[in-house]
Design a protein around this ligand. Structure first.
Ligand SMILES: [Ca+2]
Ligand SMILES: [Ca+2]
Length: 127
């Protein structure tokens, strides 16, 4: 009798873990969909477009925007715009840019571009 009870308890625990796992995945998917970039350009705190999102609206080329919330924190980006986006390590787009995102592109990890957690300002230029 005692053995049966223990075994049943084990099964219940497994089932609960499984449900929790599914819930976490669904939550991550929902978060990813909700954070899809509807602006000119979007930066994300973490790889794979996760964490805090900062959106930018560019109305013309050769315009500089300082990164505020995600200054030195951006790890991935989406550029749905028709312009090229240049990334600067300094504020006010001073100095030379370190990385440029092609029009209509996305990068799930800026590490391989040597620009993880560095971006302080961005500028949209003509492609
Ligand atoms: Ca980051
Ligand atoms: Ca910087």
């Amino acid at each position: 009798m005692k053995r049966t009870t223990v075994r049943r308890a084990g099964v219940v625990a497994l089932a609960l873990t499984s449900v929790m796992g599914l819930g976490a995945t669904a939550q991550a998917d929902a978060q990813r969909l909700a954070s899809s970039c509807g602006a000119s350009f979007c930066l994300y705190e973490h790889d794979d477009y996760a964490g805090v999102e900062q959106e930018f609206l560019f109305t013309s080329n050769n315009t500089c925007a300082n990164v505020t919330t995600l200054n030195n924190k951006a790890s991935s980006m989406r550029n749905p715009s028709a312009g090229r986006i240049q990334f600067y390590n300094s504020a006010n787009c001073s100095g030379s840019y370190g990385y440029a995102a092609a029009p209509r592109s996305a990068d799930s990890d800026l590490t391989n571009n040597g620009f993880d957690n560095l971006t302080s300002s961005i500028k949209r230029v003509s492609p």
